[in-house]
Design a protein. Structure first.
Length: 128
């Protein structure tokens, strides 16, 4: 799936794109980011997505469609892929925000089921 995210990032003019499980595990990456930075971004994306969803639930705001973090040197876009994953995209400050949001939605609609690991179940050791 990395090739798909790499193509997506190129098409929309983003620097990086990753898919992350809800618990912060990197599922796929556009590959244009150092390995340790990908892992850190995965944790940030999962945590921020969870925080936004919790806030929306607490405030009665419904489902979070997209979260955008605006920084002085770029933007971080986050979009849930079902309940088990999210798509994170890092883009420069002069990016086309509307296009990136639109293309993220299209990507999630097309291949979200492949990128979503689903809910993980906790297995108990035998005899517990």
């Amino acid at each position: 799936m990395g090739w798909l995210l790499a193509q997506f990032a190129r098409d929309v003019g983003a620097a990086h794109a990753i898919a992350v499980s809800a618990d912060g595990l990197l599922l796929a990456s556009s590959g244009r980011l150092a390995a340790d930075a990908r892992e850190q971004l995965a944790a940030i994306a999962a945590g921020t997505t969870s925080l936004a969803a919790g806030g929306a639930q607490l405030l009665g705001g419904g489902r979070v469609v997209q979260t955008v973090v605006e920084m002085s040197v770029g933007l971080l876009f986050l979009m849930s892929i079902g309940d088990g994953a999210c798509l994170a995209v890092l883009a420069p400050p002069d990016c086309d925000v509307g296009r990136i949001g639109y293309e993220m939605t299209r990507l999630v609609d097309r291949v979200g089921s492949v990128l979503n690991p689903g809910q993980r179940s906790v297995t108990q050791p035998e005899g517990s």
